[in-house]
Write a protein that binds this ligand. Structure first.
Ligand SMILES: NC(=O)c1ccc[n+]([C@@H]2O[C@H](COP(=O)([O-])OP(=O)(O)OC[C@H]3O[C@@H](n4cnc5c(N)ncnc54)[C@H](O)[C@@H]3O)[C@@H](O)[C@H]2O)c1
Length: 355
């Protein structure tokens, strides 16, 4: 049974429970739930979580531990399941390390949610309204997990997968009723990087994608909607495209690894932290994007024809490793990570105040 913050919620939670239906018949229940959430009024912490105050995190490695910190900071109770026997120590120390940044970014909303470690995935999802799945990127592992949790899920609970590589259709193959599964793909680390890519498809029940977006937004994320299934979703493809040309330029001897990285970090990368490429080029000429393209359309066509298609083979890897070693001049990975994290925090704060 779903428990909301007031009596009306409990009544509608019971109704929802009785409306639990197979794929394709969820619509009515979801519409009522969305309606309930809009009219019944939210109170206290519920305001900050779009109605999802009970969460579960399945798989608490790199991504799951970070989601756990953010959910807890947002005041959500988090039930964690990971078969690794050291999970509790690892997650608690991750959360402790993440907390100062979360506080600095204003992402700690009031009283932290309760953290609970479970001995099975089914135990973790029982009572959860929002489940974030972060198990290894292998179809068989995800499907086995879905088969275990599906009977234990609350009516109306949403399950979001962090999957970077598997598509939503591949993951839906593991469900009897996939109508409550969405893609909720973060950028590492999810407690800091705002982007979450959200996707549903024809098998997703009405309102589920919107409700997931509402939750992510309420806890401080910026969501985009992925409308069509492609490998790597959106942001990873963009990264791959830039990196491919960066590598091509290195392999062709146009510039060193250090200088190509500087070209990104001190040139377009600074602008991209402010706005996306099409918006920026729209500011590139008086008269907007059309005026800009009147001058530059053919220039871009020429550049695109000339872009490289390197392969990540042993020779490329060797060139990149050697180039990076020269660029780092003996600084340790820890020093580089600390510099990255400090800069990221400043950039995120600047973006928060600049909109
Ligand atoms: N690492 C990244 O940069 C990144 C970014 C975005 C999304 N993702 C996605 O997040 C998911 C997790 O990736 P990760 O990098 O955190 O992997 P990871 O290997 O760090 O963590 C996976 C965790 O899942 C646990 N696990 C294994 N089987 C399990 C099961 N049956 N039930 C519960 N837990 C189980 C493992 O013990 C491990 O702790 C993947 O789908 C990946 O594509 C990763």
């Amino acid at each position: 049974m779903r428990c909301f913050v007031n009596e009306a919620g409990t009544i509608f939670g019971n109704l929802l429970h009785s409306w639990r239906k197979p794929a394709g018949e969820m619509r009515e229940g979801l519409e009522i739930w969305v309606w309930f959430r809009s009219v019944a009024g939210k109170q206290g912490d519920e305001m900050d979580q779009a109605g999802f105050s009970k969460t579960a995190v399945l798989g608490a490695g790199v991504i799951g531990a970070s989601w756990t910190a953010l959910f807890q900071a947002a005041g959500c109770d988090v039930a964690v399941y990971d078969p690794d026997p050291d999970t509790e120590d690892k997650v608690r120390s991750y959360v402790a390390r993440a907390w100062p940044s979360l506080e600095e970014l204003g992402l700690v909303k009031g009283r932290p949610g309760a953290l609970r470690f479970c001995t099975s995935a089914a135990e973790a999802v029982a009572g959860a309204q929002f489940v974030q799945e972060n198990v290894p990127e292998r179809e068989a592992i995800k499907h086995a997990l879905y088969a275990e949790i599906e009977p234990a899920l609350e009516a109306g609970a949403i399950v979001a997968s962090s999957a970077s590589g598997l598509t939503l259709s591949q993951m839906q193959g593991g469900w009897r009723d996939p109508s409550r599964l969405v893609l909720g793909h973060p950028f590492n680390p999810p407690h800091l990087i705002p982007l979450v890519e959200v996707m549903g498809n024809a098998k997703t029940a009405d309102g589920v994608v919107e409700a997931a977006e509402g939750f992510y937004t309420a806890i401080g994320k910026t969501t985009i909607r992925v409308n069509k299934e492609v490998p790597g979703h959106v942001a990873n493809r963009l990264q791959a495209a830039i990196w491919r040309e960066a590598i091509h330029l290195v392999l062709e001897g146009v510039a060193s690894v250090e200088d190509v990285d500087k070209a990104v970090a001190y040139g377009p990368g600074v602008r991209w932290a402010a706005m996306g490429p099409t918006t920026l080029f729209g500011l590139g000429a008086n008269g907007g994007l059309e005026a800009f393209l009147a001058h530059f359309a053919e220039v871009f066509n020429g550049w695109w024809d000339d872009l490289g298609q390197p392969k990540m083979d042993a020779q490329t890897i060797q060139a990149l490793v050697a180039g990076l070693e020269a660029a780092l001049e003996g600084t340790t990975q820890e020093e580089q990570s600390a510099r990255r994290d400090a800069l990221l925090l400043q950039i995120l704060k600047a973006k928060q105040s600049g909109g």
